[in-house]
Design a protein around this ligand. Sequence first.
Ligand code: FE2
Length: 236
Amino acid sequence: MGLKLINGLFYFEHTFDDIDNQALIDEIKYTKENPDRTDLDDSRPHPLDLNEEGMDMQHTFYEDVPLTNKSLVLLGDKVQGVCDSIFNMKQSVMCEEVWGHVIPPGEQTMVHNHGSNTPVGGSKNELGLSWVYYPHMPVKSGNLIFIASANQQRVMWEIESTPSTLYLFSRDILHFTPRNASEETRISVSGNCVLGSELMNVIRKDIGFKNNFWYFQGREGENIVDRDKDNGQKEK
Ligand SMILES: [Fe+2]
């Protein structure tokens, strides 16, 4: 007797106490004002880059800036450490893209996910996770809201986003932040990770959906009892 999960979606949150948040905020604000600085990581398009059609190359629909190599390594290592604890293995994920958001008062982040238009998104062979980190969270500056569905039921799930907190979630889940109703420009950092080769191998063989990854991704496919095996047991 008891409730048993068929399918569901979860996110994970973790609060850090050893990140220099003000330095991160200052760096991203400076990059926004000085997009031609030369010490930026290249996992994201340069803020001034245009594609072959002369269009903006950003793929999250709003103002974002690359981080410096130093900040990318710092946050990448932090996120990897959290994921390693979730999946109980070293190098469970690799952070391949990291970028900063600059949301001035009165602005908001459109509904989007991190799974499309990226080199790894949408591919069943290269699963991953996405995340956002809030170095600060001015009051009424726009909580993170997920839009999720299971069994054709849709839910909008608002998180009371807090400073120094990392939120890990599916690359495919839609999310947005409402208008920044504070008088302060809100800064956040987002990223995408791909699963490391060891975790990927575990996931590929995980026909019973035992791994924690499925809490993020949602189950897909079949978990079918081996009827032949059961029949054999009953006949004994
Ligand atoms: Fe996002």
